[in-house]
Design a protein around this ligand. Structure first.
Ligand SMILES: Nc1ncnc2c1ncn2[C@@H]1O[C@H](COP(=O)(O)OP(=O)(O)OP(=O)(O)O)[C@@H](O)[C@H]1O
Length: 344
């Protein structure tokens, strides 16, 4: 086996980040593209060190004319490497990228659970991370969107998603595939600039590389990495603040104020906290009670009540909830609770 700098790097990453321990069962999601072929080659070369049980899963979204041939291609490769192969085929062709992604994660999770794999491993790279950061920056998502694509994320209580290639760029996976003559299946839709993602990849990143920073992908991926730690820290602090600020509805005010006391937040507690945490608490609250993801305006409106005059109130939020100041409290009438347990 030829040992390259990429082998050494991934070996180091897996160990230093504790991505997976020895003797685990790893289900590798292989599309047939350069990133996931690079991933499976690296993991199977490192297998004697980790003594993992490797499996390959492919998802046929049935949205390209060559998708069946693509699936056969991956299956043949898996068989030639002596690795267990699992195929999930969509019942109907999936129309949008988001629908395809949702279905894919569900299908991969089902395969993992049905075959005792604790880990699903994908070939997301530093280039994907940089693109996701730019895509979300343009949409205005704030730090949480910019840190997207984490090293690991639980998909269910017993299945973890792991992304070991987050420090490797697409140029590196391409060169690796060429060096090892790995038969990459080209996804024709990756060239289609009608998708914003592809325009970022084909046009924006090359422009930034040529005119600003040749290593812009690394720089952006590094920013995502830094933000990840900060977002984690802020979310934990916000969880704590929310617990402290939430008051239980009391029977007395309930009888006087109709249903204003479904959920109340102590303004004195919130006033002492920095704005960043106030906003996060409000976002967490809204995520649980709204019928849709809270917008920047929703969060700002609720946050403004922390220092607003008594009796100030918001317009109804989507789903009908309203918030009103009652002395030291912000009282929310919650009509469409989605997850009561998190709030009380
Ligand atoms: N059809 C597929 N079958 C199996 N795995 C896949 C398939 N498509 C993508 N993957 C896995 O997901 C990784 C990322 O692929 P890609 O960037 O195309 O997906 P994406 O839709 O952007 O994913 P995400 O939403 O997770 O960022 C691949 O390296 C591979 O591990």
């Amino acid at each position: 086996m030829v040992w390259t700098a990429l082998h050494a790097k991934i070996h180091r990453t897996i160990r230093s980040r504790h991505l997976f321990e020895r003797h685990q069962r790893l289900l590798v999601a292989v599309s047939g593209g350069q990133d996931s072929l690079c991933l499976i080659k690296l993991l199977s070369d490192l297998q004697p060190k980790g003594e993992w049980d490797l499996g390959i899963a492919h998802c046929d979204h049935r949205w390209r004319s060559d998708s069946e041939a693509n699936a056969h291609h991956v299956e043949k490769l898996a068989r030639s490497w002596g690795i267990c192969f699992y195929l999930a085929t969509a019942r109907e062709p999936l129309k949008s990228e988001a629908a395809a992604r949702n279905w894919r994660y569900q299908a991969l999770t089902a395969i993992a659970q049905g075959n005792s794999y604790q880990y699903i491993v994908t070939g997301h790279t530093a280039s994907d991370r940089a693109e996701t950061l730019l895509y979300n920056l343009i949409r205005g998502t704030g730090a949480d969107g910019l840190q997207a694509l984490t090293w690991q994320r639980p998909l269910t209580a017993d299945v973890l998603l792991i992304r070991p290639l987050l420090e490797i760029t697409r140029q590196q996976t391409e060169k690796f595939c060429q060096d090892f003559h790995l038969p990459v299946w080209e996804d024709i839709t990756n060239q289609d600039v009608k998708y914003a993602r592809n325009r970022i990849r084909q046009e924006l990143i090359p422009y930034l590389q040529a005119n600003f920073n040749p290593k812009v992908e690394f720089a952006l991926a590094q920013t995502a990495e830094l933000l990840q730690g900060e977002v984690e820290y802020l979310e934990q602090a916000a969880d704590k603040l929310r617990e402290e600020a939430i008051g239980r509805p009391d029977a007395h005010s309930s009888s006087n104020e109709g249903n204003w006391t479904d959920l109340r937040l102590n303004r004195r507690v919130l006033q002492k906290a920095p704005l960043a945490l106030q906003r996060r608490v409000m976002r967490q609250i809204l995520q649980n009670i709204l019928s849709e993801p809270p917008s920047f305006e929703h969060i700002e409106k609720l946050t403004a009540l922390i220092i607003a005059p008594n009796r100030s109130q918001t317009d109804p939020f989507p789903g009908g909830a309203i918030a009103q100041v009652q002395g030291d409290w912000i009282c929310l009438a919650v009509y469409n609770r989605r997850d009561e347990s998190r709030l009380h």
